[in-house]
Design a protein around this ligand. Structure first.
Ligand code: FPP
Length: 251
């Protein structure tokens, strides 16, 4: 029996965020270069995104490149950037066919020109799609995002557009790169690491965390289903005492 049959479709998380980890180790196990792991990670992305859209998830956010990833050897960074450009290019048709909108979060300005161009093209082309949003976190780190939000708010206070007493949760949220996206109810990390690695620190305040030993290139839809089944067994209290079930899906 597939984990899919155990999923309660009335209690799906609206937003699932994923830290795709383990590409390098997967390649090493096979005696190959780390870049071979990234290439094979694309099949996992495809299967997971397709399965999420079929289920009726509203947002899926993938940590594709962190601010810290710039510190990797130039060869690997370049290979990752090329892979991102070619994958986004190749998959634009699939996104259109499946009514999926592409969005990005992170310091997009820091990406190579070719990457920014492809990203902008596909974001524009898919902007009318409604079924699900695929959010790529690129050159993203949560501390970068929070510092950026604080700078914007400070500037507005300095210009007299805001008062310091206006600063609250909502205002900060509005200045994060995720301002148009609901917080993830479920965060998945692959590869047996139990860390958040500077990902969506503000947004996961109440998220359920799910860790699996699977290395990202081996992750498939069945693993996603398993994570959702696990999520649906959790009691979500949001700091209170009574159980709050994940909210019903938007139509
Ligand atoms: C982490 O594994 C993975 C990445 C830094 C990159 C993930 C990118 C892809 C799978 C390409 C995806 C393409 C699109 C369009 C989303 P790691 O290198 O940190 O592995 P390790 O921990 O074993 O070294």
């Amino acid at each position: 029996m597939s984990f899919k049959d155990k999923i309660n479709l009335q209690q799906l998380p609206k937003h699932i965020a994923i830290i795709m980890d383990g590409n390098g180790r997967w390649a090493k196990q096979k005696g190959k270069l780390r870049t071979f792991g990234h290439q094979n990670g694309v099949a996992a992305v495809r299967d997971t995104v397709e399965a999420a859209a079929e289920l009726g998830i509203n947002f899926i956010t993938l940590y594709a490149f962190s601010t810290e990833n710039w510190n990797r050897p130039a060869f690997e960074v370049n290979a990752l950037m090329e892979l991102l450009v070619s994958t986004i290019h190749k998959e634009t048709k699939t996104l259109m066919d499946n009514d999926i909108k592409l969005l990005s979060i992170g310091d997009i300005e820091s990406l190579p020109k070719s990457c920014k161009k492809q990203l902008a093209e596909t974001i524009e082309k898919t902007s009318g799609n409604k079924r699900m949003a695929l959010v790529l976190a690129l050159s993203y780190s949560s501390r970068w995002e929070i510092v950026n939000a604080v700078k914007q708010i400070a500037q507005k206070v300095q210009e007299g557009k805001l008062k310091s007493t206006d600063v609250d949760d909502k205002l900060i949220e509005q200045h994060l790169t995720t301002s148009q996206i609901t917080d993830p109810e479920l965060l998945i990390r692959t590869s047996g690491e139990y860390r958040i690695s500077n990902f969506l620190l503000w947004q996961i305040a109440y998220s359920e965390l799910y860790f699996t030993d699977k290395l990202w290139p081996d992750f498939r839809r069945e693993d996603l289903y398993q994570a959702i089944v696990d999520f649906q067994k959790r009691e979500r209290r949001f700091g209170g005492v009574t159980s709050v079930k994940p909210q019903k899906q938007h139509a």
